[in-house]
Design a protein around this ligand. Structure first.
Ligand SMILES: Cc1ncc(COP(=O)(O)O)c(C=O)c1O
Length: 366
């Protein structure tokens, strides 16, 4: 069994994706070709955001949004330590200082009630992460940000397609940044990402930063990066869009089915992630909390079930980020990092495979 089944997806979309790729090979506009604009228009319409700016990766999306905010050395950005390194990494690379705020124990997203206490005169932005595919508590965060004149960047690398209070992830704050890494809910066949915003000036800044800060050819108005997404990768995303609504609904259905099947195992120490009533979760990973994780993972491996850990150490306990927070801070993140385990998940996971995962987990926890 694959942890994420990309082969079945390709089998279902083969003609579509191949035709899209062939078209790019025929017209030969590999950089900023017509598929780039077409994908940006389609995704802006999908999310409801006014602008979509495609970029080289989810990491690049975070960096370019921070650069568009004109982050100055020493500016602080509040974020979660329980995330992939790129979140805090780009804050530091943009000259900022990550300020880590702990997560909610039940959703593993940033605890919005702890944010305001960490705001200082140097705070420039809040960067919540919509972890595992569930949007963070954006409205509460937006209200705090508004009160203090801060920007909000949703790290939506794992949540493209998710809905929050009737709005789509990536269209809930100043910026939404997503990733098209192959295993993400909407993936390409390499690296890719996008920034979403409804602010015209910030969108223009992002477009310029993406191409070395050029406002026109060889006129470098600001410092930028080489951050474009390849036309070929945009073609792959376009080739996947026809089936994307179905994929999202399958992810929701399979997530609900996992919950139902796994519920009895809570008696044996398993804990399930909470999904709030006002939003859904597209399950970029189907993550649960287990006791004795190593033993459980080993038992599942023996049964042919791949698992992964997202993430084994919160960032403030990583050597490169330790200076931004004391080691015994953010204890909920520390506890989560010791217990989380992700199970196989994708829109093409079959019910039979899911039953097999649940049976193996039941055995492992017996
Ligand atoms: C929460 C989070 N942020 C940022 C990224 C970076 O995205 P990319 O791999 O496309 O650079 C990822 C990807 O794994 C992620 O999970």
């Amino acid at each position: 069994m694959d942890f994420i089944d990309l082969k079945s997806q390709y089998a279902a979309l083969r003609d579509n994706i191949n035709a899209r790729i062939q078209k790019v090979l025929d017209h030969g506009q590999y950089i900023l070709g017509p598929e780039v604009k077409e994908m940006e228009a389609a995704l802006a319409a999908y999310t409801g955001a006014k602008h979509c700016i495609s970029v080289a990766s989810g990491t690049e999306a975070l960096l370019i949004s921070l650069m568009a905010l004109d982050l100055q050395p020493g500016d602080e950005v509040i974020t979660s330590p329980f995330t992939f390194a790129a979140t805090a990494e780009m804050i530091v690379l943009a000259g900022g200082v990550p300020v880590f705020v702990d997560i909610e124990a039940d959703t593993a997203n940033i605890d919005a009630s702890l944010i305001e206490a960490r705001i200082t005169p140097r705070t420039k932005a809040i960067m919540p992460v919509s972890l595992y595919g569930q949007v963070a508590d954006m409205d509460t965060i937006n209200v705090i940000a508004q009160r203090h004149g801060l920007a909000v960047i949703e790290d939506a690398a794992q949540s493209f397609g998710a809905t929050y209070r009737g709005r789509k992830s990536c269209n809930t704050s100043t910026f939404g940044c997503t990733s098209f890494f192959p295993s993400k809910p909407l993936g390409c066949y390499g690296d890719g990402g996008a920034i979403f915003t409804s602010d015209d000036a910030l969108a223009q800044a992002c477009r310029e930063i993406r191409v070395h800060g050029q406002s026109q050819r060889y006129l470098h108005t600001r410092i930028g990066v080489g951050g474009r997404m390849d036309t070929l990768q945009c073609a792959v995303v376009l080739g996947k869009l026809d089936r994307f609504d179905w994929e999202v609904s399958e992810r929701l259905r399979l997530g609900a089915r996992y919950r139902q099947l796994l519920a009895p195992l809570q008696e044996r120490g398993l804990r399930l992630l909470a999904v709030r009533d006002d939003r859904d979760c597209v399950w970029a990973q189907y993550t649960v909390f287990v006791p004795q994780r190593e033993a459980v993972q080993a038992a599942l491996k023996d049964a042919g079930i791949p698992t992964a850990v997202h993430y084994p150490r919160p960032l403030h306990q990583q050597p490169a980020y330790a200076k931004f927070c004391c080691p015994d801070c953010c204890e909920v993140s520390v506890a989560a990092s010791q217990q989380v385990m992700s199970l196989p998940m994708s829109a093409d996971l079959t019910e039979a495979q899911q039953d097999q995962v649940v049976a193996a987990l039941a055995q492992a926890l017996a």
